[in-house]
Design a protein around this ligand. Structure first.
Ligand code: NI
Length: 203
């Protein structure tokens, strides 16, 4: 099962990479950072309604009302998510230092455990400006599908509550009119901030 999951995740990645290369080649104007994947115009993103860490309902339109970084993960993640969320938080701080306000957003793909209360603690620990979102299984699936996020419960150990989730690990840079950049796992925060500053300076 895990092999199938990883194969599917690999296929999704290959498809995204192919789309990114195709779109990058179609955009001769402006340098495309070799460190970032420029997939402006790709069919990623879409409407969703979720619940934030205060319990308030949030629509994607209200959420993405300006420059926004979005990451899909889960608070119990032992290794990958903490790194990527820390990268996102660091990039947001670097950009703030340059006068660019970017909202960091964390969307759980593990709503069974990531309640608003759990997300409140997580967001507080990760970044003071972070918006952390959960919802019903169906609401999370709608959001994840819109962003081409793959996720599934991983192998179980002895404790049914102590499971891991397999999931894709991209960070999405969104503007109200859509996706502007996609960053891979463990992306250097300085380069992420630089790429976003370049995009925001150009617009
Ligand atoms: Ni994770």
């Amino acid at each position: 099962m895990r092999n199938a999951v990883m194969a599917l995740a690999g296929l999704v990645f290959v498809a995204l990479a192919a789309a990114a290369i195709f779109l990058a080649l179609k955009q001769p104007e402006g340098p495309v950072s070799p460190a970032a994947v420029n997939i402006a115009g790709a069919d990623i993103g879409g409407p969703f309604t979720l619940t934030d860490q205060t319990g308030a309902r949030v629509t994607s339109a209200a959420l993405i009302d300006g420059p926004t970084l979005i990451y899909f993960g889960y608070t119990f993640c032992p290794d990958v998510c903490p790194i990527d969320v820390a990268v996102m938080a660091s990039a947001v701080d670097l950009l703030a230092g340059q006068g660019f306000e970017v909202t960091p957003v964390f969307v759980t793909i593990d709503p069974a455990r990531d309640t608003p209360e759990a997300l409140a603690d997580y967001a507080e620990a990760m970044h003071p400006g972070m918006i952390a979102l959960t919802g019903t299984e169906a609401e999370i699936k709608t959001a994840a599908d819109a962003y081409r996020v793959y996720y599934a419960r991983g192998d179980l150990d002895d404790s049914a509550a102590n499971y891991e989730m397999n999931h894709t690990t991209f960070t999405y840079f969104m503007m109200p009119d859509g996706l502007k950049a996609l960053f891979r796992n463990n992306f250097p925060p300085e380069e992420m901030a630089g790429e976003i500053a370049r995009i925001l300076s150009r617009d």
